[in-house]
Design a protein around this ligand. Structure first.
Ligand code: ATP
Ligand code: MG
Ligand code: MG
Length: 321
């Protein structure tokens, strides 16, 4: 019997992404609830390393702003167990289960999974929050969240890690409402099978991705030298996330337009007029040249956090004008 069934009561499907499927489960002995991520363990050795990296990285991080890792194990699932897990994701419209049943039948004999048990967070990430809160948003709360993100980032960068995939869907909330950075899949920015979300990506990473696609040999040369990007790629991403939190956007189309302008330092007029200090600050985080972006530690000393007053709200009206 697979451990996820022998040791846990699987309660519900939480969500899935490019790599894994995540379930809420209660441990039979300690009775605590956990988020358990199931990742298909690839057959290729080079790919295996990437998958293991997620567990190893998470395990080495110990910070209140980062999803806590508990334990990981390999397992195989028999047909019934597959069925059981998949049943949980079917019938949930708002989430898509990445496993297709045909594929399971194909892979059934050799399929091996890596399971990672971690701290249970709210299944609704910052992405959901942004989508569901287009009306009035408290600037106070947003700056508080931004500070928590920056503190987590300061910790990660001090450990010489770079997240590289910071976006609202990878920002979780603890059950107490605290920010938790998660999903340390650390997709190598050039995994060919993976279409990265370029929306939040620093320009130097976008270029690197492009180079990898058009010119593989040149990319090898680049790799031979020092990594052509730094922890500043994460600063760029949280800069955009901060902007998105402060400026409600309703449609994907509008988001694309506004983001494009903001990346070039051009903010929506109403926003610029009403939040000149925020614009100046976000502009520095989005500097084209990585060395011009502040470090996480520098951000924490910025007076942008001092300007918080209690009835400070950003509203949809602002966002729309
Ligand atoms: P990505 O393509 O972003 O790398 P992924 O396959 O690595 O995705 P995650 O982003 O880690 O998967 O998780 C997918 C979904 O599962 C999340 O959007 C979230 O809804 C849910 N989830 C993941 N981890 C947790 C957790 N610790 N607590 C609660 N829900 C979680
Ligand atoms: Mg994710
Ligand atoms: Mg991931």
């Amino acid at each position: 019997e697979a451990r996820i069934f022998s040791d846990y009561y699987v309660i519900e499907f939480l969500g899935s992404g490019g790599y894994g499927t995540v379930y809420k489960a209660q441990h039979k002995i300690d009775e605590c609830e956990y988020a358990i991520k199931r990742i298909e363990y690839p057959c290729k050795e080079s790919e295996q390393e990437k998958v293991l990296q997620e567990a190893r990285t998470l395990a080495s991080l110990d910070h209140s702003g980062i999803v806590r890792y508990y334990y990981s194990w390999f397992d195989t699932l028999n047909a019934d167990e597959h069925e059981e897990l998949n049943k949980l994701c079917y019938g949930i419209d708002s989430y898509e289960c990445s496993d297709s049943s045909e594929k399971i039948v194909d892979d059934i004999i050799c399929s091996k999974y890596l399971f990672i048990s971690m701290e249970l967070c709210e299944k609704e990430t910052l992405k959901h929050w942004l989508e569901n809160n287009c009306g009035s948003r408290s600037r106070n709360i947003i700056m508080n969240w931004f500070r928590q993100m920056t503190e987590a980032l300061q910790y990660i960068h001090a450990k010489d890690y770079i997240h590289k995939d910071l976006k609202p869907s990878n920002i979780y909330f603890s059950l107490e409402g605290k920010i938790k950075m998660g999903d340390f899949g650390f997709k190598s920015c050039t995994v060919s099978t993976y279409e990265p979300n370029k929306l939040y990506m620093a320009p130097e990473l976008v270029i690197l991705n492009y180079l990898f696609i058009v010119s593989f040999p040149y990319f090898i040369l680049l790799k031979a030298n020092d990594e052509p990007y730094s922890s500043k790629v994460d600063i760029f991403s949280i800069g955009l996330i901060l902007f998105e939190m402060l400026y409600p956007i309703k449609t994907a189309h509008e988001k694309e337009q506004v983001f494009k302008n903001v990346k070039n330092g051009v903010f929506p007029t109403y926003f610029e007029e009403n939040h000149p200090r925020d614009c100046e600050f976000i502009r520095s985080l989005l500097s084209t040249f990585a060395q011009d972006r502040p470090t996480a530690s520098q951000i924490l000393h910025d007076n942008v956090f001092e300007e918080i007053s209690f009835d400070d709200y950003v509203t949809c009206e602002e966002g729309l004008s």
